[in-house]
Design a protein around this ligand. Structure first.
Ligand code: PLP
Length: 355
């Protein structure tokens, strides 16, 4: 490695590996929790008109006013909450971490959970504490109370439903974490559209909690748009860290139009929930496969030898996520995103041969 870079770059960055994104050309792509359906055909021509009308020669609306209105109306964001928008919710995590990164401050999350919490803590110079989940992937409140007492985290990230386990955490556990935390608690509802519960209507009751969402799992992953809803005092501070013009004009135009047709996106999510029920049952029928319950658009499952199964699926042109090596509690697991009916059928057929 270039010795000048090695001397200049922070040690913890040198020790990191970049977030892996495998090439998926020619594969049935079931690895990244994307919505398999394209934008509704009946609306595509109108979407294109909106995109064509965008002023590419100008900087985008820095306040993204029309998009905010569309988000508020589509998702029913309560009046008491303000919004900050991000280039995906990944950027929101980064904004929060950068704003909270006082020397010695800690970002706390749970393990296994979304890997970007830890990576972004490292990018921003925060210490990271990962509290292990229980064997059934619930929050271990005893360990969490001790960790909160020990680290006094500046910020706690709770992905609910959790990725990659797919479950919702107990509401009581989340409320207790909010009440005992002296720092900020971020509830990450990336998978809200596939789950039966949300904190949106009550988040305003908690002065130290905010709620994060993304449109990525709703069929708009390519637009890169995430949002944080919270009390105006939090949002005002985070908005200072957001880079100007972070939501480009095509995203603003496309997402505004798409969210004005929110019911079409939710219909796709409803179809995926029904497909999840079928796929879970089909997986559970396979010998040696253990399926974990999911409230998201993916399913975590366990096999006898996940590396062998993963390679075998790859050779059959099916790409899932090999979670088996990412955490000891996930040994021999794989995570599959719910696809179209034909993709799911091809996956189950390939898995039957692979195990
Ligand atoms: C729990 C969770 N939060 C946030 C994200 C980031 O989503 P995006 O940056 O696409 O909005 C993901 C992506 O998989 C996720 O699983």
């Amino acid at each position: 490695m270039n010795t000048r870079a090695a001397g200049l770059i922070r040690t913890e960055i040198l020790a990191l590996s970049a977030y892996p994104v495998p090439s998926s050309a020619g594969f049935i792509k079931l690895d990244a929790m994307e919505n398999p359906y394209t934008f509704p055909e009946a609306l595509k021509a109108q979407l294109m008109e909106h995109l064509a009308a965008a002023s590419l020669n100008r900087y985008p609306d820095a306040a993204a006013s029309a998009l905010r209105t569309a988000i508020r109306e589509a998702m029913g964001i309560p009046e008491a909450l303000e919004l900050v928008l991000g280039n995906g919710s990944d950027e929101i995590i980064q904004i929060i971490a950068a704003a909270c990164a006082k020397p010695g401050a800690t970002l706390l999350s749970f393990e296994p959970s979304f890997v970007m919490f830890k990576m972004i803590a490292t990018f921003c110079g925060l210490d990271y504490a990962g509290v292990p989940l229980t064997a059934d992937f619930e929050i271990d409140m005893k360990a969490t109370r001790l960790a909160i007492q020990k680290y006094q985290p500046a910020v706690v990230f709770i992905a609910c439903p959790n990725n990659p386990t797919g479950n919702l955490f107990s509401r009581e556990a989340i409320c207790e974490i909010i009440s005992i935390s002296t720092g900020l608690v971020v509830i990450d509802e990336a998978y809200f559209a596939f789950s039966c519960r949300s904190f949106l209507d009550e988040i305003a009751n908690f002065p130290n909690a905010v709620l994060m969402r993304t449109v990525s799992k709703l069929g708009l992953a390519g637009l890169r748009l995430g949002l944080l809803a919270g009390h105006p005092e939090w949002i005002r501070q985070f908005d200072k860290v957001r880079l100007p013009y972070n939501i480009n004009c095509l995203t603003q135009a496309g997402a505004t139009f798409a969210l004005q047709h929110y019911s079409a996106l939710l219909d796709q999510a409803t179809k995926l929930c029904a497909a999840r029920t079928h796929l879970s049952a089909a997986l559970a029928d396979l010998p040696g496969v253990t399926v974990f319950p999911s409230e998201a658009n993916f399913i975590l499952f366990k096999v006898q030898d996940s590396k062998k199964t993963f390679d075998s699926l790859l050779s059959r042109k099916i790409l899932v996520k090999h979670t088996g090596t990412s955490h000891p509690m996930l040994a021999n697991t794989l995570r599959v995103t719910i696809g179209t009916a034909s993709e799911n059928a091809a996956f189950v057929a390939a898995l039957r041969d692979a195990i």
